[in-house]
Ligand binder design. Structure first.
Ligand code: NDP
Length: 399
């Protein structure tokens, strides 16, 4: 019912995850925060009212992760480093017999794009060792997947149309900054848009489809269709979906910056020669941009992320909107972090609590929509992410 947790990654999300674990000593009896730069772990540890262990680990090196696990002996590991590390950390969990959670699907350093396929291939290995790997348990992916499963179980006979709407209306007062790791964020945006329709993936030019939506407590915002990783898992695990799309808010200024970065090659991951040295333009750009963990104090406004579903119940068409609103400054007061890191960093703690309490414990590799949504939704308020549901919301489901 309780246990020791090892958190890997001391960035913006790792800060929230560690703070949240520390708030629940009755569930997380001991905590170790490890990352590439130990100093960052110590800064986070110093903010807590509880003593936690900290450690340096390069999670690209399996022998270092295995040695750390063998030393600390956690019951569960939360990976909030970068998606590049997912496979190495999963291998280390298999070798040492520890359950695994992450918040974003694997990406290779040297290729843009992402898919769960490689992590799904670990299913038999985790099952054989009676271990669980819970993939993509952040907000989106994560809570959005849980919302869809709840919609299917409680409101619909089948969901036909799904729109996931991610609004960050935060203002940090800087000309340009990303809400989470700039390298991962810009890799995600620097690809064509894809949506799912009638069993096929439809490709459109990047950021070429735009709508607007009136978000509660935020107001009307432009939203752009982008490809997002939960579309891959939800369309696989939720039967009969005809159309699934993901939308994100961007300001005109954000898009202007993005286009400039792209047009001059700064989002490229191909190494170039610069005065006798190889540099990757996107990594150089990341080094220039603000670290998301430094944005907490200056970010004001709200996030509002949710899912609009349309489907049938007893032969009648019905729509349902499930969403969650976070205030950046409230998050900062609580855990010294902005709302995007908060919404991403709390769900893996809920997942870990449910696995430790055997409410979500399974053998194998799972995405959040494969599990019972109720225990997760019941914990969301307690862990700081109260959510709402509304029937009859209008959204244009036509393409
Ligand atoms: P940050 O860049 O702020 O933090 C990443 C941390 O991981 C840094 O502390 C970094 O160390 C550490 N790290 C990087 N490489 C290694 C390594 N090889 N070994 C050990 N530690 C390493 O990123 P965020 O906190 O913004 O994002 C963390 C994760 O959360 C990402 O995978 C991101 O995709 C995911 N995410 C998920 C969301 C969701 O809703 N599902 C939303 C937002 C983010 P160092 O400080 O030394 O660089």
């Amino acid at each position: 019912m309780k246990g020791k947790v090892l958190v890997i990654g001391a960035g913006a999300v790792g800060q929230v995850t560690t703070q949240k674990c520390a708030q629940f000593p009755e569930i997380f009896t001991e905590i170790c925060l490890a990352s590439r730069t130990k100093f960052k772990c110590d800064v986070i540890a110093a903010q807590l009212s509880r003593k936690i262990a900290t450690a340096e680990v390069d999670a690209d090196k399996i022998e270092q992760v295995v040695a750390l696990i063998n030393k600390f002996k956690p019951d569960i590991l939360i990976n909030v480093a970068l998606p590049y590390q997912n496979l190495v950390i999963m291998d280390a969990c298999l070798e040492t017999g520890v359950d695994y959670i992450d918040t974003a699907c694997y990406e290779a350093y040297d290729a843009k794009g992402f898919s769960y396929k490689e992590q799904w291939q670990y299913y038999d290995k985790f099952k054989a060792k009676n271990l669980m790997a819970l993939l993509g348990c952040g907000f989106d992916p994560g809570v959005t997947n849980v919302f869809v499963k709840y919609g299917l179980e409680k409101h619909f006979d089948e969901i036909e149309y799904l729109d996931i709407l991610d609004c960050n209306a935060g203002d940090h007062g800087l000309p340009f900054a990303t809400n989470f790791n700039p390298e991962i964020n810009l890799r995600e945006l620097d690809q064509p848009g894809f949506y799912y329709k009638d069993g096929k993936w439809v490709e459109i030019p990047s950021l070429s489809m735009k709508r607007d939506f009136a978000f509660e407590q935020v107001g009307v915002k432009d939203i752009y269709l982008i490809y997002h990783e939960e579309l891959e898992t939800i369309t696989k695990h939720i039967p009969n979906i005809k159309q699934a799309r993901f939308w994100m808010t961007f300001s005109d200024s954000y898009i202007q910056y993005l286009n400039v970065f792209r047009n001059i090659g700064l989002t490229s991951i191909e190494a170039i020669d610069f005065e006798g040295q190889k540099i990757v333009p996107l990594q150089f750009l990341k080094a220039l941009l603000p670290e998301p963990s430094t944005l907490g104090e200056r970010t004001k406004g709200k996030t509002n992320i949710g899912c609009i579903m349309q489907g049938k119940k007893d032969g009648k068409i019905k729509t349902l909107y499930l969403y969650q609103i976070c205030d950046h400054q409230d998050c900062y007061k609580e855990v010294k972090s902005q709302g995007v890191a908060y919404t991403a960093g709390v769900p893996p703690v809920i997942g870990a609590a449910l696995i430790l309490q055997n409410k979500w414990r399974m053998s194998g590799v799972f995405n959040c929509e494969e599990l019972n949504p109720m225990p997760f939704l019941n914990f969301m308020g307690k862990f700081g992410l109260p959510w709402k549901e509304l029937e009859g919301v209008e959204f244009d489901i036509r393409i």
